[in-house]
Design a protein around this ligand. Structure first.
Ligand code: KIV
Length: 290
């Protein structure tokens, strides 16, 4: 790992000093490079890729092989940011052994520095197995999209006292199992604040308020590239869909009107070669005529 790479001790240090960790999802090398250059601390290769880049309508269908390909690309692009690979649905639920084998693949073949697993319950045991093998693991509770069907859809979680208490207990269990950080998704600010102050490891919020130790947003949401419903907790920092659409329309119009390419976009023959070429063409047409 390069010396200036954001590391596990930086996660802990920022928590201790009351700073904030900036995280974003990314799914390819150029995006990871841009995130890096902007000073993002950690890039999550989220299974949100299923929806944002693969066109599925949930995160469930994305496979380990697809996530590995995206993780490798992000690892090649991120020089400073800490790269976390999301374990997709079905890649860790069945057993500790399968979870560990998948986590090893993300580190060994994908170049990830850590993995993320959704849920508590059985995931607590999976975290222990993964961390026990020396791989850093991040937890994810609250709205866990892989189990959206069980949660009754993409709804905020922990809005009753009972469920809020349940989330706090899940967070503590994940911390005890060895998670180095925990994502809190779509839960009330007050609940996230209580969880954050109860943990020694940092919380990373998405729709969980400003008290979390860091924030994560999905690349396409942040940059205005998402299609369809955008959750209330998203802040759009740009409207790239409009800008890309305008650029592509201009290109189409230029092609149709023969305004592109211009001569500066084309290549000239080497000096003296035009005459030789013309002579060859003349010879060819003379032979064809005889
Ligand atoms: O898959 C993803 O992008 C995530 C973030 C929303 C935390 O899990």
């Amino acid at each position: 790992m390069s010396d200036d790479r954001f590391s596990l001790s930086d996660f802990a240090r920022i928590k201790d000093r009351g700073g904030k960790i900036a995280m974003v999802t990314a799914y390819d090398a150029p995006s990871a490079r841009l995130a890096d250059a902007a000073g993002v601390d950690s890039v999550l290769v989220g299974d949100s890729a299923a929806m944002t880049v693969l066109g599925h309508d949930s995160t469930v269908p994305v496979t380990v092989e697809e996530m590995l390909m995206l993780t490798r690309a992000v690892s090649r692009g991120a020089r400073r940011a800490f790269v976390i690979a999301d374990m997709p649905f079905g890649s860790f639920q069945v057993s500790n052994r399968i979870a560990l084998k998948t986590a090893i693949r993300f580190v060994k073949e994908g170049g990830a520095h850590a993995v993320k697993l959704e849920g508590a319950g059985a995931s607590v045991e999976r975290v222990k197995a993964i961390v026990g093998a020396g791989i850093p693991a991040m937890g994810h509770i609250g709205l866990t999209p892989q189990s959206a069907a069980l949660l009754g859809g993409y709804k905020p979680q922990g809005r009753t006292a009972d469920r809020a208490q349940g989330l706090l207990e899940e967070a503590i269990a994940l911390e005890r199992a060895g998670c180095f950080a925990i994502v809190l998704e779509a839960i009330p600010e007050l609940v996230a604040a209580r969880i954050t102050e109860s943990l020694r490891v940092p919380t990373i919020g998405i729709g969980a308020g400003v008290s979390c130790d860091g924030q994560v947003l999905v690349w396409h949401d942040l940059l205005g590239l998402s299609t369809g419903h955008v959750p209330q907790f998203v802040k759009r920092y740009a409207d790239l869909s409009d800008r890309i659409g305008a650029a592509l329309s201009a290109y189409v119009a230029d092609v149709r009107a023969a305004r592109f390419p211009e001569s500066r976009h084309t290549y000239a023959m080497l000096p003296g070669e035009v005459e030789l070429f013309r002579a060859e063409l003349a010879g060819m047409s003379g032979r064809r005529g005889s």
